[in-house]
Write a protein that binds this ligand. Sequence first.
Ligand code: 7PM
Length: 259
Amino acid sequence: MGVLNITPDSFSDGGSFTQIESAVQHALKMAEQGATIIDIGGESTRPNALPVSTDEEIQRVVPVIEGIRHKSDIAISIDTSKADVMKAAIEAGADFINDVYALQRTGSLDMAASLGVPVCLMHMQADPTTMQDQPHYLNVVEELNDFFAQRIAACEQVGIAKGKIILDPGFGFGKTLQHNLTLLAKLKEFESHGCPILAGLSRKSMFGQLLDKKVDERLIGSVSAALLAVANGASIVRVHDVAETADALKVYMAVQAAK
Ligand SMILES: Nc1nc2[nH]c(S[C@@H](C(=O)O)c3ccccc3)nc2c(=O)[nH]1
């Protein structure tokens, strides 16, 4: 899964032609490099990011989805928590929903049900503005499993079949370094729900903490962690550096095949 953040360029807000065209080109390049899914996000979940209106978010993502769909049938996920953005994105040609709020925000659960597409449910403790202030769990794996069970039940109640659900521990979303390491080490413990696991580790602050590297120096850490996530049961890894990760996973898969 290649990450495509549609954030405004310095000249204009979302929707400028150059921004749309460069986003489409970037998506096509990631597809060429081996991405099988393009994850499109119109609002940063950065703690101090300004909130983006529904209309603004739609204006950012829809032209890019249309632009990609015009050139490629690669799978596209929409990284949003807003019901109306989900609707607009799926109608524009996206294939499934990636919601860091796990369909907990107003109207999103019913919208996902009515759209009838797969959904990735990610765990987040608290919200982006507070989640990194002393994250605490009695048992992080158990608490995430409880969360997943509860969200899966909520989905099944509105007719979203379990076969349409992907689970994601939400690395960095209300977790200390130790929590992130435990979740990666014990990723297999989330397989009990019978849903594929998605891991989003790419360039995250855990590598800053572990390796003392800035965000643009975290390639090796990110590729190493993506390989470990797949070795520990992840079916999808959400990454910025597609070519490098694809190579690492090719090596991993070739060795697996030789077992
Ligand atoms: N499913 C799924 N969706 C995701 N969207 C993101 S945004 C994140 C980032 O670092 O990319 C981020 C966090 C905070 C600020 C900016 C960007 N992370 C995930 C993930 O881990 N899983």
